[in-house]
Design a protein around this ligand. Structure first.
Ligand code: AMP
Ligand code: ZN
Length: 113
């Protein structure tokens, strides 16, 4: 399967990982939308959040735990941050490998675009 995020997780793209454990890796977004913009992904390929079967939903907890740790490291807490999961085309998802966007370091606005 030809998936850029799988290749990054396998260390094949030369992308520097800012977090890694057995199930999760994280790296800087190529086109940052905030001073901190990190993508947190499962090593295992799921095309979107909708593609995570119920028995694998603990991966979402692991992604959230990594985001918490990164937010602490980047000192974007307690000032605040935003976690985003785009799913599907109307959700704005462009890379079909589940990922959390961790955005921080500036004031966020609502509603999102
Ligand atoms: P989404 O639109 O939610 O699917 O987000 C995909 C994100 O992946 C975008 O913010 C892109 O800037 C980012 N992206 C795409 N390719 C790479 C890459 N090779 N390294 C880092 N970020 C990437
Ligand atoms: Zn993948």
């Amino acid at each position: 399967m030809d998936c850029i995020f799988c290749a990054i997780a396998r260390g094949e793209m030369g992308t520097q990982l800012v977090f890694e454990n057995e199930h999760v890796v994280a790296f800087e977004d190529l086109h940052p939308q905030a001073p901190t913009h990190i993508l947190v992904i499962p090593r295992r390929h799921y095309a979107s959040l909708q593609d995570v079967p119920p028995e694998d939903l603990s991966i979402v907890q692991e992604l959230a735990a990594a985001a918490q740790e990164l937010a602490r490291e980047r000192r974007i807490w307690p000032s605040g941050y935003r976690l985003v999961v785009n799913a599907g085309s109307e959700g704005g998802q462009t890379v079909s490998h589940l990922h959390l966007h961790l955005l921080g370091g500036r004031q966020m606005v609502w509603p999102p675009g």
